[in-house]
Ligand binder design. Structure first.
Ligand SMILES: NC(=O)c1ccc[n+]([C@@H]2O[C@H](COP(=O)([O-])OP(=O)(O)OC[C@H]3O[C@@H](n4cnc5c(N)ncnc54)[C@H](OP(=O)(O)O)[C@@H]3O)[C@@H](O)[C@H]2O)c1
Length: 271
């Protein structure tokens, strides 16, 4: 399957909130005809109503794609709407955190091709990263198509095993919140050194945003970039001695934080 099949056979979007809207905006921008999109959502937003897509009507009989973008707790209520598409050649893509492929196989039929994907919130500005894994029914070109659809909200990576999803959730899924907290605490620390709050916040946001972009763009790895800006006995070194302390610094703290998130992800997946 490819994007022409999606345009011809149709794409069903189950749940069009923050993530669903971000994806839809990307597909329409890259040329998917709005008339090929069928949205199911109990409260369509004004933005959605203005896009020219089909909302709440009859679904095509054999759409190329069904994307599940409802909250995990709404899954049981929402999935019956697309149950008729199971066990056929509609590729089902779920972006719901913590809902295992086996759960979809149980609800839609075990012959259903299913891709489970884990995006993150920078998807809202096209700067997300989404990890993907498919079941055995997903043909290689269907995996390429799932990846192409998710490229509308940022970068993609493929996993080799679904069990990696807990660690992915703990690193990139929940990760934006860790970085937001880094910004908050860096700004508060600047304030403690006598800066006005708004100035400290402006410095902290731009520093994290700029350093993140630099780390993505640079040929050197982040460790080398750090070394490059650390003069012997300078100011950066003084701070890094605190932050890089193996017991009280970032290394131990982030190990613990990511381990806690991964453990919680496992618990949630097991109900
Ligand atoms: N946001 C993230 O950073 C993030 C990251 C990774 C994964 N995800 C996953 O992405 C999924 C969507 O998240 P989101 O942030 O986009 O949530 P959201 O903004 O709440 O969007 C979910 C949408 O689904 C609608 N909905 C509820 N019940 C439905 C039903 N029975 N049938 C069809 N649509 C229904 C909701 O409508 P109402 O609002 O009217 O109830 C809402 O518009 C979640 O499963 C989440 O785990 C999100």
């Amino acid at each position: 399957m490819n994007m022409n099949d999606v345009a011809a056979r149709g794409l069903v979007l189950l749940g069009c909130g923050k993530m669903g809207s971000a994806m839809l905006a990307g597909w329409l921008r890259t040329g998917l005809p709005p008339t090929s999109v069928y949205v199911i959502d109990p409260h369509p937003s004004d933005w959605l109503k203005a896009q020219g897509v089909n909302i709440g009507g009859t679904l095509p009989e054999n759409p190329a794609i069904a994307i599940v973008a409802v909250k995990p707790q709404m899954m049981a209520a929402a999935l019956p709407d697309v149950q008729v598409l199971g066990n056929g050649d509609t590729l089902v893509i779920s972006i719901a955190a913590g809902t295992a492929i086996a759960t979809f196989e149980k609800m839609l039929g075990e012959n259903t091709p299913i891709v489970r994907a884990m995006p993150n919130t920078p998807a809202a500005i096209g700067r997300g990263i989404t990890a993907l894994i498919g079941n055995a029914q997903v043909a290689p070109d269907d995996m390429d198509l799932a990846e192409a659809l998710l490229l509308s909200i940022g970068q993609t990576v493929r996993l080799s095993d679904e069990s990696q999803m807990d660690a992915v959730t703990a690193v990139s899924g929940s990760g934006p919140a860790y970085v937001f907290h880094l910004i908050e605490t860096l700004a508060a620390a600047g304030q403690a050194q006598g800066l006005p709050a708004d100035l400290a916040m402006e410095l902290a946001k731009a520093t994290v945003g700029g350093a993140g972009q630099l780390a993505e763009d640079a040929e050197e790895d982040p460790a080398q970039l750090r070394v490059n800006v650390t003069s012997p006995n300078g100011t950066t070194q003084a701070a890094l001695e605190v932050l890089m302390d193996p017991e009280s610094g970032f290394p131990a703290l982030l190990q613990q934080a990511v381990a806690a998130a991964a453990a919680r992800s496992k618990e949630l997946a097991n109900g």
